[in-house]
Design a protein around this ligand. Structure first.
Ligand code: PLP
Length: 396
């Protein structure tokens, strides 16, 4: 028998609770039928549901009819899936043979694999990332043993990017350090770099010899598929080494199917092949192979012209709703005007923790402690009540 002095599973320290999971539990336990959950990061339509896209349903039907085997696919996953993503994710660089891509379990799988291969290539590389960022970024990088260096990204008072501070931090980077950049739809702030800012960041990345890792989890949900890819494409124009961690989970609405890809560019086709061999070996150690279904569904959509066209219509509609709701919230109060100039699923409201808590107790509105909210978390019907409650909380 193990005693309590021998380290074992029983002596593990307690896990620090994840505040977003705690928020979900709080919201679930609230019996008020009018409750609004703007904490969780999934797209909801005007009716307040997260439907399966038409194109996805049609592709699943086709797959059911056509798929004849569930035999292993191999570490790269669905090769055709990664190939068909290239024009979308890489744009004018789609034919660059120095870039290779593999399927991963969602954007998370791609990010973890990216950090892992960067650590292998240079154990002393530091990952430069802004504050705030998506809460999963630091632990995913640190989990590989890489050091994370934070810099101020957002001025929460003025609701703008602290661009000078960002550039200074990148300038202070050492050659080989990794610049983690949100490709579009910054999570949690919604504050995206404009084209001039992308150019300035790209210049510094090149000058300092940094390796950019672009997290492209929301392509098409900001300004458009091409517009949202342009930041990454500008880096590919001039950088020898670039990594792109991509997710289809949001723009195809297949969150639980875990669909993503990691694209890696190095200076030569041979070195990319070698880097990819390492990537595949590390993937083998972690998950062996990515799950097939979601990748096969996306591939089936992209193989079919009509389904692709329909997916783009549906993506346009999601983006239009996001930007429409943003405009409505922004019109409600001058203090919320900035929300119209931001992109993607999230922005941060000018609320302190007490105000966020009072929204929960008084109005059954659940958002992260930081005031981050899912812009399309509420139905059209609930939107006026949401706006009124937020304005009241700001006044209170
Ligand atoms: N990157 C960012 C910025 C995200 O917000 C998310 C998910 O919320 C991801 C990556 C991971 O996406 P996935 O669900 O595909 O793993």
């Amino acid at each position: 028998m193990l005693d309590m002095l021998t380290p074992s599973l029983a002596t593990l320290p307690p896990v620090e609770s994840d505040s977003l999971l705690a928020l979900i539990a709080l919201c679930n336990a609230d019996p008020r039928p009018e409750k609004i959950d703007v904490g969780v990061g999934v797209y909801r339509d005007g009716a307040g549901t997260t439907p399966i896209l038409r194109a996805v349903k049609a592709a699943e039907k086709l797959l059911w009819e056509r798929q004849e085997s569930k035999g292993y696919l191999g570490g790269r996953g669905d090769v055709e899936f990664a190939k068909l993503l290239r024009p979308i994710v890489l744009g004018r660089h789609a034919d660059d043979e120095r870039i290779d891509g593999v399927q991963t379990p969602g954007g998370c799988g791609a990010l973890r694999l990216a950090f892992q291969v960067l650590k292998l290539a240079n154990p002393y590389a530091r990952v430069l990332m802004g504050t705030p960022t998506w809460p999963n970024h630091p632990p995913m990088a640190e989990g590989t043993g890489l050091e994370v260096v934070r810099y101020p990204f957002y001025d929460a008072e003025r609701r703008v990017i602290r661009f000078d501070a960002m550039l200074d931090a990148l300038q202070a980077g050492r050659p080989g350090d990794v610049a983690l950049l949100h490709g579009c739809c910054h999570n949690p702030t919604g504050a995206d770099l404009d084209p001039q800012q992308w150019q300035a960041v790209t210049r510094v990345v090149v000058e300092r010899g940094l390796i950019p890792l672009v997290d492209l989890a929301y392509q098409g949900l900001g300004r458009g598929l091409d517009e949202d890819g342009e930041g990454a494409w500008g880096l590919l124009d001039v950088c020898d080494e670039v990594l792109i961690a991509q997710s289809c989970d949001k723009n195809f609405g297949v969150y639980r199917d875990r669909v993503g890809a990691l694209f890696v560019k190095t200076s030569a086709k041979d070195s990319t092949a070698n880097a990819m061999a390492h990537v595949l070996q590390m993937a083998r150690e972690m998950w062996s192979m990515p799950p097939d279904h979601g990748g096969a569904v996306v591939r089936t959509v992209l193989q079919d012209e009509a389904l692709t066209a329909d997916w783009k219509v549906e993506l346009d509609a999601m983006r239009a709703r996001l930007n429409g709701v943003r405009a409505q919230i922004a019109r409600a109060d001058p203090r919320l005007a900035y929300i119209a100039g931001q992109y993607g699923m999230f922005s941060m409201l000018p609320l302190n923790f007490d105000q966020v808590k009072s929204l929960r107790t008084k109005s059954a509105i659940y958002m992260a402690d930081s005031g981050r909210f899912n812009v399309v978390g509420m139905s059209d019907e609930a939107l006026p009540r949401f706006i009124a409650a937020v304005v009241e909380a700001m006044d209170g």
